[in-house]
Design a protein around this ligand. Sequence first.
Ligand code: NAD
Length: 381
Amino acid sequence: MGNSSIGVAVIGAGMAGRAHVSGYRAASTMFDSDLPDVRLVAVADAHKPFAVDAAMRYGYECAETSWESIVDAPDVDAVSVVVANDLHRPIVEALLAAGKHVLCEKPLAPTVADAEAMVEAAEKSDLVAAVGFTFRRSPAINAIRQQIADGTLGKVMHFNGHYWCDYGFNKDAPMSWRYRGAKGSGALSDIGSHLIDLGEFLSGPVESVPVCRSRRGSVLSTLIPDRPIPLGTAVGHAATVALSETRAPVENEDVVTFTATFKNGTVGTFSVSRVAYGLPNGLGFEVFCEGGPLRSTWPGQRSSASPTAHRQGSCSRHLPSSSRSPASTGFLPYQLSPTACTTSGCSKPSLLQLTPTARTLRCRSAPSANQHLPQPERNCR
Ligand SMILES: NC(=O)c1ccc[n+]([C@@H]2O[C@H](COP(=O)([O-])OP(=O)(O)OC[C@H]3O[C@@H](n4cnc5c(N)ncnc54)[C@H](O)[C@@H]3O)[C@@H](O)[C@H]2O)c1
């Protein structure tokens, strides 16, 4: 990667991949102007229409159908990996081996062993490797974190958080990779990973959680046992895809609650659901500190634009919400926190914190002012 430009590619042009594709294009509007140009090189998706559409819409030079072509591309310096979780490890390892900087979506991997191998590969390289814990980029959450760090709020005693979504509420929401995999790879992995990361962002590392075997303090429940198989390729939660008559079993949890103890003694209580009727994206938490409680909620309605955070009691205040929301920054850049929060069974605690490595993906550059017209049908390599 030279100083004058950085070539970027996105693997996966589904729901979140499109936000990455958009984010690289918008980088120049979010960051300072003394940065190298971002060359929008390629979008890859196994479903060609998705790759072509994303490349055309956002002005990328080419569309690919295999992630291996991105690994082999000499003009790509940094890559977002935005595909189903079980593909993260092989793709990230191949990208690192090829000398590419990597931004991998959360959760890092479906198993602790996979996540540890990925962290090891990243640490052995001199490359930037990051994971997509979006909420770390929230100004409101950073203001809370600052007030904890500077002592304004005092020691954190209790972190209580929920992440309640309704993308799986409809029993006829189509079967997808999100509903397949061992217990812990469902709601806990998909959205609970954000909440756990937030807890650790504010209170430091989690030290212990109840072990699965005893089930004390933790519940993982599958409430909708099967879902219809889609007839076409679905994006994200895929409400609009046509469905077949055949249903397949849901393998992982719809709802999970658990408790945890943080290293600094903070008590953690967590509640996560993908079947929470009426809440498209309902994240909220309280941090109870020696100096008082503080609450932050993301409005769950699709029409609500910004989060709010306020201190409870006589002195309430708004903390900054901003156009620099995770979505508008296109997920750039993320703080690296390689956390695996799922298990592949019940032989391990339901949550394991890996070695945090404080590196930040520095894809802060601006796209070229003179974008070429997209030619995504062209076979680039
Ligand atoms: N940070 C966040 O807030 C956030 C939000 C949503 C999703 N995510 C994460 O992003 C990832 C993708 O989620 P999504 O909702 O976009 O999924 P999705 O199903 O909408 O998209 C996945 C895309 O990958 C493509 N794909 C499948 N196999 C492929 C292959 N071998 N090579 C290239 N492309 C392939 C599919 O065709 C699909 O378009 C997941 O890890 C998810 O947890 C993160």
